[in-house]
Ligand binder design. Structure first.
Ligand SMILES: Cc1ncc(COP(=O)(O)O)c(C=O)c1O
Length: 405
């Protein structure tokens, strides 16, 4: 008799976005005259920029000719892309990362879910609460969760680091030393960032204790403040304790195109083994590379025109974030995030639960957010709004919230 991986039985249903979709469908059916504005999902809405489209077209044409056709990509990604990444994302920031420490992938979701595979099944993991759910669920699937404690809405085997208002929604060092520490700055869902001194503390802690930090930099392009590191390798000693994950989704609009990369430094050694070698082994065994045409599009992101265009996209979303934050604050709401991130973390008024406020907002303002409780117990009492809508819709949604609630 075939048995399934019993760890999958411990996964809790991912009801968040399906419940949101169901509630919105019911509402629109009952109120066909109302225009619903969605500021819930973290997907971009602007199209790919001209330079990227041009690079895609050129690469497609290359595929049509024997002389320029490309088959399987090199295991770690084409060197034209890895070199552009190193030059622009690292050298310019004073970080000494080399192309053979870069692993091109089809996005940060896969990398953040897969990276745990190279660590022992008994490794302890620490995550922020609230958290991007992939970090937790991928470890549950791997058998690291322990038991699900329904009353606490958490797993006995996972170390949760509460991110509360008192600590600026950033994690404090945990009481118990974890093997793996997942950090995400700028953060999804809270929009909080870890500053240079704060991140250096985590790097020192990991090096002192032999932990490994998985640093998710998917929203790095949204950083506007001076003292916020764009890469963990801006901290001293990070190459000895940190893996960094990047995405082209939110900076360049590749959510549908799919491209990302992981950095696994050669200096990162645990248990006497180079993690770069281990990840190379895993990557080449289970992954056959991001498409050539997409890697050429990724290269175009780093061209002068590409950089200018994607800066324009990020500025557009940042302007939305500013509008949401400033006007909700002015109206007396308690809001955070939104300065160095495309997410605004809104405290629900009148002690409403996240779902109560979601329903209230939908019915009164016809605006959709994401209930904070869906990201973890410490997300209860909050709602996440995103800056990824159009400027017109963002303005209308905020004005409705301000005037109708
Ligand atoms: C924190 C975080 N990491 C990774 C991702 C996924 O990125 P990608 O589109 O590159 O898979 C997301 C997407 O929302 C995210 O919020």
């Amino acid at each position: 008799m075939v048995k399934i991986n019993s760890s999958y039985r411990k996964l809790q249903g991912s009801y968040l976005f399906s419940t949101i979709a169901k509630k919105v469908t019911e509402f629109t059916k009952a109120n066909p005259d109302k225009k619903v504005i969605r500021l819930g999902i973290g997907d971009v809405t602007l199209p790919l920029s001209p330079t990227i489209i041009k690079a895609l077209h050129n690469a497609v044409d290359e595929m049509a000719h024997k002389e320029t056709f490309k088959g399987y990509a090199p295991d770690r990604g084409y060197s034209f892309l890895r070199e552009a990444i190193v030059e622009n994302d690292y050298k310019k920031r004073g970080c000494s990362i080399s192309p053979d420490e870069i692993f091109v992938s089809d996005g940060a979701k896969c990398d953040s879910g897969n990276i745990q595979e190279i660590f022992d099944v008994n490794s302890t993991i620490a995550v922020c609460d609230p958290v991007y759910p992939v970090y937790v669920d991928s470890n549950i699937m791997a058998g690291r969760g322990g038991d699900y404690l329904a009353d606490k809405e958490c797993y006995s085997g996972i170390i949760y680091m509460p991110c509360k208002k008192e600590n600026g929604f950033t994690p404090m060092l945990p009481d118990r030393v974890p093997d793996l520490i997942y950090l995400c700055s700028p953060n999804n869902p809270t929009g909080a960032v870890i500053d240079r001194n704060g991140l250096q503390k985590w790097v020192d802690y990991a090096n002192e204790n032999g932990s490994v930090i998985i640093f998710d930099a998917a929203y790095e392009a949204y950083i506007r403040s001076e003292n916020i590191p764009h890469s963990i390798y801006e901290c001293d000693g990070a190459e000895k304790c940190a893996i960094e994950l990047h995405s082209f989704s939110k900076n360049a609009g590749f959510t549908g195109l799919r491209l990302g990369y992981a950095v696994v430094p050669k200096a990162l050694v645990r248990d006497g083994v180079s993690l770069n070698d281990l990840w190379a082994r895993r990557h080449s065994t289970k992954y056959n590379g991001a498409p050539y045409i997409v890697q050429r599009a990724g290269e175009a992101v780093y061209s002068a025109e590409g950089q200018r265009e994607i800066r324009g996209m990020v500025d557009y979303y940042n302007k939305n974030a500013d509008y949401i934050k400033t006007n909700l604050e002015k109206a007396g709401f308690s809001v955070s995030g939104g300065t160095d991130a495309p997410y605004i973390w809104l405290k629900t008024p009148d002690n409403m639960s996240s779902w109560e406020f979601f329903d209230y907002l939908l019915s009164k303002a016809n605006v959709v957010g994401t209930p904070g409780s869906g990201f973890g117990p410490h997300g209860e009492g909050y709602l996440r709004l995103t800056a990824f809508g159009s400027y017109e819709n963002t303005v209308e949604a905020v004005d409705r919230i301000v005037n109708r609630l």
